[in-house]
Design a protein around this ligand. Structure first.
Ligand SMILES: Nc1ncnc2c1ncn2[C@@H]1O[C@H](COP(=O)(O)OP(=O)(O)OP(=O)(O)O)[C@@H](O)[C@H]1O
Ligand SMILES: [Mg+2]
Length: 312
């Protein structure tokens, strides 16, 4: 099987920091792959290596079936990048930025003009195409960066926290465009520390911390792996004593969230049975009861904590 991105043992040191620590993963063709991690996790360093800006100390990688160290030009021609820090020249117009980057990628002139026009229209920037980027809002700049990343019809799109600092509407537009690009069967590598974004957009997510990958799976499977993080919220018609619940072996934690009792458990059905018996025996009514799956954020915190404990 051919992969859009293949990474083997990739490692990068900066003095005493190991920014990327022997990571391995593959991104399938047509997949949106999320790279989810806190500040300093190694997301940008990985993207910089994969897009040919810096060289790894150890390991190898290929993008669109081209080895990034042996065939960097072929690899770069097939990718689009929205970097963490804007690569648009603020003293040039949107149009000039697009044509400049298109020329760097070797896009033929007529194709370049066609692509640039289409992209600017799609992102609502056509009217301001001759204005200097200096006067653009953050959202307009970010849309332009995505246009710049797409002007060479890339096979693989890299985005480094593309929606960071954007308002809800602009972030939604960017996500829509990323999904649209992916619907054409192309792969996307997206770094983010926004769980909800990863959950909404990504087919699979790698969780990275301190340069190491803690887990790679679908958002759904990551949640299932963390079943002990499930919880039940129950509302009784009378106040209850917390201690009764804390003592139950199926309950890992019981607390009040407002007037509801919140119970963490790996075994919701046993707890529901217990709650029903408890209510019956004490003449109490259950007004509402919900079983909730862990959020991606719960999973993320758990995995990161486990990895940190293993390193100690
Ligand atoms: N050019 C550099 N020189 C020295 N250290 C660096 C350099 N670039 C990154 N690092 C270090 O490598 C580690 C990983 O940084 P990186 O920028 O890849 O993280 P990140 O996951 O992108 O974080 P953020 O979410 O804050 O953007 C950090 O400890 C950082 O300080
Ligand atoms: Mg970063």
């Amino acid at each position: 099987m051919n992969f859009a991105i293949e990474v083997q043992d990739l490692t990068k040191h900066y003095e005493d920091v190991t920014a990327v620590d022997h990571i391995n993963f593959e991104v399938k063709n047509g997949e949106i792959f999320g790279f989810l991690g806190p500040n300093g996790a190694g997301k940008t360093t990985t993207i910089r290596i994969l897009t040919g800006l810096i060289k790894p100390d150890v390991g190898k990688a290929s993008v669109a079936n081209h080895d990034i160290l042996r065939n960097p030009i072929e690899a770069k021609q097939r990718i689009g990048v929205v970097p963490e820090v804007s690569n648009a020249y603020i003293d040039l117009s949107a149009w000039e930025n697009l044509t400049l980057i298109g020329k760097l990628y070797g896009v033929p002139k007529s194709k370049l003009h066609e692509n640039a026009t289409e992209l600017l229209k799609e992102f609502g920037l056509y009217e301001v195409k001759n204005k200097l980027v200096r006067g653009f809002s953050k959202g307009m700049k970010q849309k332009l960066l995505l246009c710049m990343a797409l002007v060479n019809d890339p096979e693989v799109l890299f985005l480094d926290e593309p929606t960071s600092g954007l308002d809800v509407e602009s972030a939604r537009l960017l996500r829509e465009k990323i999904t649209q690009f992916n619907k054409e069967g192309k792969a996307v590598f997206l770094s983010t520390h926004n769980m909800e974004e990863a959950n909404q957009l990504c087919h699979r997510i790698a969780i990275i911390n301190h340069g190491r990958i803690a887990a790679i799976d679908t958002p759904e499977n990551l949640r299932i792996q963390s079943m002990e993080l499930q919880y039940i919220e129950v509302l009784f018609n009378k106040p209850v004593d917390l201690q009764i619940f804390s003592e139950n072996p199926n309950i890992s934690k019981a607390s009040f969230a407002g007037n509801k009792l919140r119970i963490s458990t790996a075994n919701p059905s046993a707890v529901i049975e217990f709650l029903a018996d408890f209510a019956k025996q004490n003449g109490i009514q259950i007004l509402s009861l919900n079983t909730l799956m862990p959020s991606l954020e719960d999973v993320f915190i758990k995995l990161i904590k486990e990895k940190e404990a293993a390193l100690k």
